[in-house]
Design a protein around this ligand. Structure first.
Ligand SMILES: NC(=O)c1ccc[n+]([C@@H]2O[C@H](COP(=O)([O-])OP(=O)(O)OC[C@H]3O[C@@H](n4cnc5c(N)ncnc54)[C@H](OP(=O)(O)O)[C@@H]3O)[C@@H](O)[C@H]2O)c1
Length: 207
């Protein structure tokens, strides 16, 4: 199977931020953007994998402007720290790809802040990141792309059971415990059927 070469315009002078660029789709996206001339910031949670990803991109695209930052999307404090750092750097962001994510952990886990891990990492972490980066995103009239699964359109969050057990009262910031099994089934189907996620552009942000 050949990888389709998606046309990308010249991105010289643009700053792109790609989450989850230490592996998989994010790494391929970061490499493609860097190859098109963008400077690419890669916030990662695993510096060793991050360094390997940087080396791979530089091998493919000598002279690529790529760099790492720290980010653990399962910690809102880490999200805030990244946003603070980028804000201190003060450069408008032109592209933000919300790509990092975990998919159907086999056991229920939670983020540092007590949310169900997949919901907290993939959705809430990125939601917080976008919110905190809004001034830089507005300054760059950024395009924001969020990587999702085709499974996302097949189910809704059952807020009535968001505490975990039907009939109990929510005592903390948790997403549904029951949803994991339903999500697992649908995501497995999606992964098997499509071999990939879907990207949905949700801005340009109005200036
Ligand atoms: N591949 C598919 O079939 C498929 C289908 C539907 C949706 N998706 C979605 O598409 C996106 C990319 O998928 P993929 O197959 O490329 O996944 P992948 O190869 O597993 O890569 C996921 C990336 O997200 C990073 N990540 C995970 N948790 C993180 C956290 N707490 N903080 C920061 N980074 C974190 C990983 O970092 P580490 O290197 O440290 O692990 C890795 O770089 C994901 O959001 C996934 O849910 C994929």
């Amino acid at each position: 199977m050949t990888t389709p070469d998606i046309p990308v315009p010249d991105l010289t002078g643009k700053l792109a931020v790609v989450t989850g660029a230490s592996d998989g789709v994010g790494l391929a996206l970061a490499a493609r953007l860097a190859g098109a001339g963008a400077e690419v910031v890669m916030p990662v949670r695993n510096p060793r994998k991050g360094e390997a990803a940087l080396a791979k991109i530089r091998r493919e695209h000598p002279g690529a402007e790529v760099s790492l930052r720290d980010l653990d999307l399962s910690s809102l404090a880490s999200v805030a720290a990244l946003a603070d750092r980028l804000t201190e750097e003060g450069r408008p962001i032109h592209l933000l790809v919300n790509n990092a994510g975990v998919m159907t952990p086999p056991e229920r886990q939670t983020t540092k802040d007590g949310f169900e891990l997949q919901f907290g990492t993939n959705h809430l972490g990125h939601f917080a990141l976008v919110g905190r980066l809004l001034p830089l995103l507005r300054a760059g009239r950024a395009r924001i792309t969020s990587q999702i699964s085709v499974a996302a359109g097949r189910h809704a969050i059952n807020w009535a059971t968001s505490s975990g057990n039907a009939g109990t009262t929510a005592t903390g910031p948790t997403a549904s415990r029951r949803s994991r099994s339903a999500c697992s089934a649908s995501n497995s189907t999606a992964a098997a059927g499509t071999a990939g996620g879907a990207s949905r552009a949700i801005s340009p942000i109005p200036g």
